[in-house]
Design a protein around this ligand. Structure first.
Ligand SMILES: Nc1ncnc2c1ncn2[C@@H]1O[C@H](COP(=O)(O)OP(=O)(O)OP(=O)(O)O)[C@@H](O)[C@H]1O
Ligand SMILES: [Mg+2]
Length: 359
């Protein structure tokens, strides 16, 4: 197989003696989208700036198509990397026309450049806007010009730092889907920074979940969502419910039945983590719930604390009888039981995660 378009091996970055990013290993192939996802300050932009060549790694190797961009002895300047950039404040040059903005990074003859600009204007659906000044365009149109400008020199890698966050929701969905389609057609490898899990799930072939300057988990959106590496990784993608318990004989007894905790020693504490959509609700039948099953375990009684309609689903919060704690449940469509209603909850065994409880 050919060398990956982008490869980072154990890349670190220091600022003033403080390690803000460390041990980054990532691979992105041509036509693939990698999302760096994580909370504010975790090192997403710093990672992007090292790939771009704006920041120099303190350790590690960055390669593109097998060629070293940065290592202990080499540090190619940004303009020699064949990398395109789109940042959140994608400022267009205000004194240049749309066409001049797009042609800015082109090195061909005037005729070649004109042809490339026309091709890109068409691709971003702005034919006829070449002579317009940027300030005459809407935010979404300006965004498309910025995309065309970044794509014009045919970068092998496109780096995007929260490029869609300045757009209103309605515009954003359309523009990010169009942008992705375009980048895929051009075979560009994309590294997209976002702190929104929905955006990452929608856009990414691979998500690299970052925390405190490192990547804690990498995988396809489905894998990251359904097999999170720890409680915080699970919590990054949705509300979660947690019940804690002590392990005896590789088992934990809970009001929802027994759970397996293979490999955890006796007396070890674990968290059983489950998402609100994986809880089933049953009506009370004279003080009894449904019969226990291997799939759903044992029902536990809770009383509705409040129920809210969220549009495509309803969110119901329960106060559990067994410990007074809260369990959140989402139900498709409209389900708005009155506060105080007793209902029985079971949780889907196969959708629960059992993690060692580390203080
Ligand atoms: N030039 C710099 N000098 C010193 N510290 C820096 C510098 N740039 C970033 N940092 C620090 O590095 C850490 C990571 O910053 P970075 O901008 O990469 O985070 P981020 O994940 O992009 O966050 P956000 O989502 O808020 O943009 C932060 O603690 C930040 O304060
Ligand atoms: Mg940032």
């Amino acid at each position: 197989m050919s060398a990956p378009r982008l490869q980072m091996e154990h890349v670190c970055c220091h600022f003033e003696g403080r390690e803000v990013v460390c041990g980054i290993d990532l691979t992105v192939r041509a036509g693939e989208v990698l999302c760096l996802l994580g909370p504010s300050g975790c090192g997403k932009s710093t990672t992007l700036r090292m790939i771009a060549g704006i920041e120099r790694p303190s350790r590690g190797i960055i390669r593109a198509d097998g060629e070293v961009l940065s290592d202990a002895t080499t540090h190619l300047p940004p303009e020699a990397r064949g990398i395109g950039l789109i940042f959140q404040d994608f400022a267009l040059f205000p004194h240049l026309s749309v066409a001049q903005n797009i042609a800015f990074g082109l090195r061909g003859t005037a005729a070649q450049n004109r042809a490339r600009v026309d091709e890109l204007l068409e691709r971003v659906d702005l034919q006829g806007y070449g002579d317009t000044a940027p300030h005459m365009l809407s935010g979404g149109e300006q965004q498309r010009v910025a995309l065309a400008r970044a794509l014009a020199p045919r970068p092998r890698i496109m780096l995007m730092d929260e490029p869609f966050s300045g757009l209103d929701n309605r515009l954003r969905d359309g523009i990010r889907d169009e942008t992705l389609a375009l980048l895929k057609e051009e075979g560009t490898a994309v590294v997209l920074v976002t702190h929104e899990p929905e955006e990452a799930m929608r856009m990414a072939d691979q998500i690299a979940l970052m925390r405190d300057g490192g990547v804690v988990q990498t995988g396809a959106p489905y894998n990251i969502y359904t097999s999170p590496c720890d409680k915080d990784a699970a919590a990054f993608f949705s509300d979660i419910n947690v019940i804690s318990g002590e392990v005896h004989g590789a088992l934990i007894e809970t009001p929802f039945g027994q759970f397996l905790a293979p490999g955890v020693p006796d007396g070890g504490l674990v968290d059983i983590v489950f998402r609100p959509q994986h809880v089933k609700i049953d009506f009370d039948r004279g003080g009894r719930g449904p019969n226990p099953t291997p799939q759903d375990g044992v029902p536990a009684l809770g009383h509705v604390k409040r129920a809210r309609f969220m549009g495509h689903e309803s969110l119901v919060e329960f106060r559990m009888d067994f410990d007074g704690g809260i369990v959140k449940v989402t139900v498709p469509a409209v389900f708005l039981p009155k506060p105080g209603t007793p209902l029985w909850l079971t949780i889907r065994r196969d959708r629960c995660f059992v993690f060692p409880n580390r203080p």
